[in-house]
Ligand binder design. Sequence first.
Ligand code: CAA
Length: 418
Amino acid sequence: MKKLVGIEALAIAVPRRYVDIEDLARARGVDPAKYTSGLGAREMAVADPGEDSVALAATATAQLLRSNNVDPSRIGMLVVGTETGVDHSKPVASHVQGLLKLPRAMRVFDTQHACYGGTAGIMAATEWIASGAAAGRSAVVVCSDIARYGLNTAGEPTQGAGSVALLISEQPDLLAIDVGLNGSCSMDVYDFWRPLGRREAVVDGHYSIQCYLDALSGAYRGWRERALAHEVVRWGPSLPGDQLSRILYHVPFCKMARKAHTQLRLCDLEDAPNAPASTAEAREEQAKSAASYEAQVASSLGLNARIGNVYTASLYLALAGLLQGEGEKLAGQRIGLMSYGSGCAAEFFSGVVGEKAAKRMAQAGIESVMAGRERVSIAEYERIMNLPYEAPDQIAPAPGAFRLAEIKDHKRRYVEGA
Ligand code: CAA
């Protein structure tokens, strides 16, 4: 029997504070509907320097191991996908290993390619297990990031922060990944980047949207070619993309998922063999189908709308949001996942939701993580944004959570909540 590999369990960590996106719009003199309806946002996580990518990654990983009773000796690989690492050399993953006192006998490294870094880690872990090289061991892949464009920028309402930790194993209770069906598309572009030494990203916003859509087209067509060859989908009365129960997208802001879904449908409508002759305008109109978006995409965006962009973790927040709400209903059904990282790289892959998805999601305790947050004013958000990176607020971490306490002699010291 073919080995099943994929995501066994997940856990999330978010900053303790957030702003309401309408408060931000009003403070910036913008019609709140631009942020809520134009971008699809509701709330935005606000991380202070104590909640850096290490602290969030360690908090999510601790929760993953604790709530799923994972024996650390079964972990053979620990990967952190991040584009907001804290050192040019020492990986975030090594901090996580140390803070959680994980065994030495494992591979520990970071993966970086903008928001695609987490997916790169998941594919490395999945294929390592599928190849047999893992010899029965599991991997932990953590996607952890602080999305930061700065005050009064066009990107400001699309910031956010958080972490998603995923256990990858031969017991894919959440999602069995279709190993080998991936489609990839990479291009050398400057759409979004963060030069060395800068805290804020530099972005060519509208061009970045176009790069995302172009890369999606290549990645989706690559996946579809393999999926057709393996008869996972077929050309027929329904389009291949329609044969996936749900499609999750990288979510820099929620409206981007709608644009992405339109583009994916357009790929199918343009390529359909024996399609009735139709104009480009008619295909574009059909691609925008609100019914298709509501049926396949909308239900995955709840957490993204309340947290904001989390770069590498955004796609996996969408997975968490989807399975939290529909894990039971989707058991045994195939979903598609589309990862995008600026620079740029896109990967489309698919998987089948596990029978125990709802039970595993209940263990993740996401509702209590979200309920533990505190709404802050825009003045407080601006104070936090203006804190130097080496001056975290001196707040005791919640039990089981980690925070950066200080940086001394270029070494970072973290504390754990008792
Ligand atoms: N009521 C309702 N809707 C309104 C409105 C109003 N009063 N005013 C404007 N809107 C709508 C606009 O029509 C537009 O919708 P459409 O795109 O569907 O036409 C939407 O609100 C946004 O308006 P603008 O395009 O005018 O907004 P903007 O120019 O200020 O900036 C942005 C938008 C480019 C996304 C900017 O927030 C940004 O640069 N964000 C960061 C970059 C980003 O997220 N890129 C995504 C692709 S790259 C990627 O995915 C990697 C990553 O994670 C960064």
